[in-house]
Design a protein around this ligand. Sequence first.
Ligand SMILES: Cc1cc2nc3c(=O)[nH]c(=O)nc-3n(C[C@H](O)[C@H](O)[C@H](O)COP(=O)(O)O)c2cc1C
Length: 221
Amino acid sequence: MSTRLLHIIATPRGLASNTGRVSSVLIEELHQKYDDLEVTTLDLFSADLPAVAGVNIKSKYALMTGQPVDEAATGSWQEIERTIEQFLAADLYVLTVPMWNFGIPYALKYYIDAIVQPGYLFTYNEQGQPVGLVEGKKMVCVTSRGGDYSQPPMSELDQVQSYLGSIFGFVGISDIEFFPVQPCDVTVELRNAAAKAAIADVRAWVATGAWDAQPAVSLAP
Ligand SMILES: Cc1cc2nc3c(=O)[nH]c(=O)nc-3n(C[C@H](O)[C@H](O)[C@H](O)COP(=O)(O)O)c2cc1C
């Protein structure tokens, strides 16, 4: 059984991407280390993501209160389900995420709003507490920033790492590694140095075997 990796790309910059410069090395290194790796790429800025509005928002609220999805809304809701299925079918995730106005790009927020649904990625226990349903998965987030947010006071403005850790931790993914690339937009020399340092960190991390390529337990039907 192969190990399935979903590479979620949240930059529209293609080959010019500062984040992609590092995450492409990560994917390459993982391919070399684990020959059973099967990579699916989800480019969020060219993906046709389902609406989190209209009938789908009604369905979401129905599900949140334990009601079934309205029959007329089933077809539309299936688009949300297909997006969720693709996410849940992966054992491992690599996220390529630049900082946009201190947070994540809107396309990634849109995707998260589409997949984080009650009964699929989380549920509530008898005490009414939320419980994550995504078990046994691992994630690496390569993030990049124009400035350097590694130290206070700039680090206090950085909502990328804290948000990604919170939302994916909420759904049950607690094994998350972050590789920041920064500063990327101060000078070309600093950008190259930041990429070089992050690539060295990524290579060292892959070499430790932190991802042992054991397929995780999949929740996909
Ligand atoms: C819409 C937008 C907003 C940005 N906001 C920030 C920001 O708040 N702080 C920062 O340091 N850089 C910011 N940047 C710069 C990017 O984070 C930086 O160039 C990053 O390396 C881009 O990654 P990419 O080349 O993979 O898209 C912004 C860039 C864009 C396009």
